[in-house]
Design a protein around this ligand. Structure first.
Ligand SMILES: Nc1ncnc2c1ncn2[C@@H]1O[C@H](COP(=O)(O)OP(=O)(O)OP(=O)(O)O)[C@@H](O)[C@H]1O
Ligand SMILES: [Mg+2]
Length: 471
């Protein structure tokens, strides 16, 4: 019996059980099925009354799953990826299809259940809380409902849920400005995991701590420990601050809300403070989530200089919002990042309860980073330690750039297999470019960059483009 039949029967049983058992909610559906039946907020008409009531933790929202879940070829295909769902199950004696509506039904649910439970392994049930609950007491089933529910990704981590929420919060007019300022990602959209990042033991310890704090936040609230959950990532460009924050979101199934502070200057100033508030509001609504505020040094810079009053107001709003938000009360983990810790004033520092240092990698770390970024590449006589020795002072981001150059160079010779020699040459090329860049910075001669052709645009790390507000 093919797996597609099993997939489709799982889908039919899930829709049927879910439709009948009203104690189940959206977090009992596997994300692939939930996505198909999710109806987001669609603007004007308030649909909340027709949906299944309150959202997680009793918050009202517009999106929801409406019962009964209808199983048709189209919904089954979307949820299971099986091309012709009805064909996959039409031979089974407990299935039927209504020619007119296209609905696929189980004519004898008990037969279907027996058929299914004989074939489904625990792994499959563990990924489907609805069915885990239904079959929990069956003798051959070793998975508890609670376990499956614990493992299932929460609705807040789905893109559809996030979109519904954003739609509810931002009208068309606000939208453009707001989307310039914040970038919201579902964990499923983050393409990096902590396994892809080489961390120092200190960083690993901090991440471990925060993961535990998130997991046990009820307990922390109970014992009154509230000063936790605001991290500041400090380190030079390209050392993995942004990547680590994103990877944390993905690995912990938390939506990721990213704000670039310098963007708030590019907005219509009167709106800025309002948008800062909205950003935090979004984070609270998306909670549990991670709110990542990049370029935090921008705060200090703005407070010092004689900036536009509206901008100062916005920055003060931001600081106050940072004060008010809490991992324990709001389920929002705040991560700030900066390249310029020296520019942060006391007001900024004291708002964070843990500082995580992102130093430039030492030789051992560089070798590890090289291993990670070349995982999928073919390299003859690859010796990461030799490359690490030759790349003193380079960051993870620099190493990526070196590898990119080596790959492109080899492609110009129609080669997909690299050699150690290619890598060493790319390192030399990188250093040459780095020297030119530094020369330019010392002399402040920007024409040199222009005349140097492609040198300028590749030097996104390390270079201080600070001409935006020191007029
Ligand atoms: N320690 C590391 N391990 C693996 N990859 C790394 C590491 N450090 C940097 N990288 C890679 O370098 C690239 C740039 O990293 P990232 O954007 O996270 O740096 P950053 O510290 O946020 O820099 P910036 O301060 O410029 O924002 C990413 O592709 C990242 O995967
Ligand atoms: Mg970054």
């Amino acid at each position: 019996m093919s797996d597609s039949a099993l997939d489709v029967v799982e889908f039919l049983l899930t829709t049927s059980v879910y439709s009948d058992d009203r104690s189940l909610d959206e977090n009992d559906l596997p994300p692939a099925i939930r996505r198909v039946f999710w109806t987001g907020g669609s603007g004007e008409d308030d649909e909340s009354e027709e949906t299944d009531g309150d959202g997680p933790r009793g918050r009202r929202r517009r999106g929801g799953i409406r019962r009964p879940l209808s199983a048709t070829n189209a919904t089954a295909r979307a949820a299971t990826g099986v091309d012709r769902p009805w064909d996959a199950v039409s031979e089974l004696m407990f299935t039927d299809r209504d020619e007119f509506s296209g609905t696929i039904t189980l004519t004898q649910q008990d037969l279907a259940e027996r058929w299914f439970v004989e074939r489904a392994d625990d792994e499959r049930l563990a990924a489907n809380p609805t069915l885990a609950k239904h079959f929990e007491d069956h003798e051959s089933v070793d998975i508890s409902y609670e376990e499956a529910r614990e493992r299932n990704r929460p609705i807040q981590a789905d893109r559809v849920w996030i979109d519904g929420l954003l739609e509810e919060y931002f009208s068309d007019e606000d939208e453009q400005e707001m989307l310039d300022l914040v970038d919201v990602r579902a964990p499923e959209e983050v393409d990096i995991s902590l396994d892809d990042i080489v961390l120092t033991p200190g960083q690993e310890a901090e991440i471990e701590k925060i993961a535990k704090a998130i997991e046990h936040r009820d307990y922390l609230a109970q014992i009154g420990l509230r000063e936790i959950g605001k991290l500041l990532f400090v380190g030079p460009p390209g050392t993995g601050k942004t990547s680590t924050a994103r990877a944390l979101a993905r690995d912990m199934d938390l939506p990721f809300v990213e704000v670039k502070l310098s963007m708030i200057t590019s907005q219509y100033l009167g709106e800025t403070a309002k948008n800062v508030d909205k950003t935090f509001e979004v984070a609270k609504r998306l909670s549990p989530c991670i709110l990542f505020i990049d370029e935090f040094d921008f705060v200090a810079k703005t407070r010092r200089s004689d900036e536009h009053a509206a901008l100062k107001r916005a920055v003060n709003t931001l600081l106050k919002a940072v004060d008010d938000i809490s991992l324990i009360q709001d389920d929002v983990l705040l991560i700030g990042a900066t390249n310029h810790p020296d520019q942060l004033d006391a007001a900024a520092w004291r708002r964070f309860d843990e500082i995580v240092n992102f130093p430039k990698p030492d030789s051992g770390m560089r070798a590890d980073i090289l291993e990670v970024i070349t995982r999928a590449m073919d390299i003859d006589e690859f010796d990461p330690y030799a490359i690490a020795e030759a790349t003193e002072g380079l960051t993870g981001s620099d190493l990526r750039m070196v590898l990119r150059e080596a790959v492109l160079e080899a492609l110009t010779e129609n080669r997909r297999v690299l050699t150690q020699e290619d890598l060493l040459e790319a390192v030399a090329g990188f250093e040459e470019r780095d020297n030119l860049k530094n020369m330019d910075m010392i002399e402040g001669d920007h024409d040199a960059l222009v005349a140097g052709g492609d040198l300028g645009k590749a030097s996104d790390g390390g270079h201080d483009h600070d001409h935006s507000h020191d007029h």
